[in-house]
Design a protein around this ligand. Structure first.
Ligand SMILES: Cc1cc2nc3c(=O)[nH]c(=O)nc-3n(C[C@H](O)[C@H](O)[C@H](O)COP(=O)(O)O)c2cc1C
Length: 185
């Protein structure tokens, strides 16, 4: 329970991630139950870390966030004095337009949810935990397992736990040099 509260704190700190219009289009399902982890491991093509980890956080992009979250966000802006109450409806309309096209909405939701996921990994490390991101899962089975709706796009699973002190990590994997991935213009 104590660990669960710590994880919830980590997840809440991770919401400091930026997002377009602060719409925070991410959702999570935290899998900690022993039997459910076993089931999730199968869905993840038997990746053992899923079962070994204390928890697995399924990161979901909400492709409807421009509609679902807009009122909460704009009301907070009014409360904080960022905008006048009279400006809300116009701004809401602008946000709705941006989220009306399914392809654009998906791009927005996935982009912001990925920033949240990275923030979660950094925050977990600051709390003394290790993480491992995974895309190796059967999406159809994952959707069924978590009863996800169509607008809920699972983008990755992050296994979280304490490092086994008896295990030695591999050396840091090769990274490209700047000239291989960037240019200055
Ligand atoms: C979105 C994403 C999905 C990944 N999926 C898996 C996975 O399913 N299984 C796995 O063993 N590693 C997975 N990885 C880990 C990468 O293989 C790893 O980050 C990469 O090889 C570089 O290694 P490093 O992060 O240890 O430096 C994933 C990483 C990311 C960012």
């Amino acid at each position: 329970m104590k660990d669960c509260l710590k994880l919830i704190e980590i997840l809440e700190v991770s919401t400091t991630a930026p997002s377009g219009y602060n719409l925070q289009p991410w959702q999570v399902v935290v899998v900690i139950d022993k039997e459910k982890k076993k089931k999730l491991k199968e869905i993840c093509y038997n990746q053992q870390k899923v079962e070994d980890a204390s928890a697995n956080v399924v990161i979901i992009a909400n492709t409807r966030a421009g509609f679902d979250n807009v009122d909460r966000v704009l009301d907070s802006w009014i409360e904080l004095g960022y905008i006048q109450a009279s400006a809300k409806e116009q701004l809401k309309e602008t946000i709705h337009i941006g989220w009306s096209d399914p392809q654009r909405a998906k791009k927005k939701a996935v982009r912001d949810a990925a920033l949240f996921a990275m923030n979660l990994m950094i925050t977990a490390r600051a709390y003394g935990l290790e993480t491992h991101p995974m895309e190796g899962y059967n999406e159809v089975k994952l959707r069924e397992f978590l009863e996800l709706k169509e607008h809920q796009e699972p983008i990755m699973i992050i296994a979280i736990g304490y490092k086994d002190p008896n295990k030695t990590l591999l050396p840091r994997a090769y990274r490209f040099k700047f000239e291989e991935f960037g240019k200055v213009v």
